[in-house]
Design a protein around this ligand. Structure first.
Ligand SMILES: [Zn+2]
Length: 255
């Protein structure tokens, strides 16, 4: 028994030593562009704005944790295609690609309310984060490993997944790989399919949900999300598996 522990200890140490944070650059991909700003929140803000704020926080968290070569694929109002995002990450030899989005729902799920004199669309029935991977990614297995690590970290941060993308309706109907962490398969997503490194798309939360929107807009909410991403990046770099993370971060105390 003692010998077995010694072996595990050595293996763990070897993996930890192999994580060279300074050279483990993460491509952080803020979704959408000024010309195509994505979804509109319950209070009329654009998804682009949420993506940019969260991506900047993730970049700061990664730099703070020593992942100095991490970079954003798009800055400000710059126009960049999906293919170009993937090509940029490949050219810069990113070790991981994380696309940052904020979620909506199909139009027929939305109701109207008034906010500051304007009619806006919302639903309070859909809430939570979701994760997407492509089996066509060059490192599909490691993509899923990272998605599972990120899912464990998000649960550990007291967040919950949304399962609405698996609904059998037009525009959804995604294959659900793991309901516990809202992990879906979406092979054709260009940024996941064209990247040469593990790649995951994070829908950080549902901005057409009025309560979620407020939380996603808050510095505390963005900070909690960014810390979870940075922790999962460290997990991947250090060779941890999601089961170990889930055991170490019990979220029974969330309520
Ligand atoms: Zn989006």
């Amino acid at each position: 028994m003692a010998a077995a522990w010694a072996v595990i200890g050595l293996a763990g140490a070897a993996q930890a030593a192999a994580c060279d944070r300074a050279n483990f650059g993460v491509a952080i991909d803020p979704g959408h562009t000024a010309a195509e700003p994505g979804a509109t929140s319950a209070r009329g803000a654009s998804e682009l704005d949420f993506n940019d704020r969260l991506a900047a926080r993730i970049a700061a968290a990664l730099h703070g944790a020593g992942f100095e070569r991490s970079f954003l694929t798009r800055r400000g109002a710059e126009a960049i295609t999906l293919d170009e995002r993937a090509r940029l990450a490949n050219a810069r030899q990113a070790r991981l690609f994380v696309s940052v989005h904020h979620d909506s729902a199909q139009p027929h799920k939305l109701q109207t309310w008034r906010w500051r004199g304007a009619a806006r669309l919302y639903t309070d029935r859909i809430s939570g984060f979701s994760l997407f991977v492509s089996r066509l990614n060059a490192e599909a297995q490691r993509s899923e490993q990272f998605a599972r690590l990120l899912g464990a970290r998000l649960l550990g941060a007291c967040l919950h997944p949304t399962l609405h993308h698996a609904e059998p309706i037009a525009g959804e109907n995604r294959e659900l790989l793991d309901a516990a962490i809202g992990l879906y398969r979406f092979d054709e997503l260009a940024v996941l399919r064209l990247t040469h490194m593990p790649a995951v798309l994070l829908e950080a939360g549902v901005i057409v949900n009025r309560a979620d929107e407020r939380w996603l807009r808050s510095a505390a909410g963005q900070q909690r999300l960014a810390a979870a991403v940075a922790a999962a990046v460290a997990d991947l770099c250090e060779g941890r598996q999601a089961a170990a993370v889930a055991d170490a971060t019990p979220h029974a105390s969330c309520r």
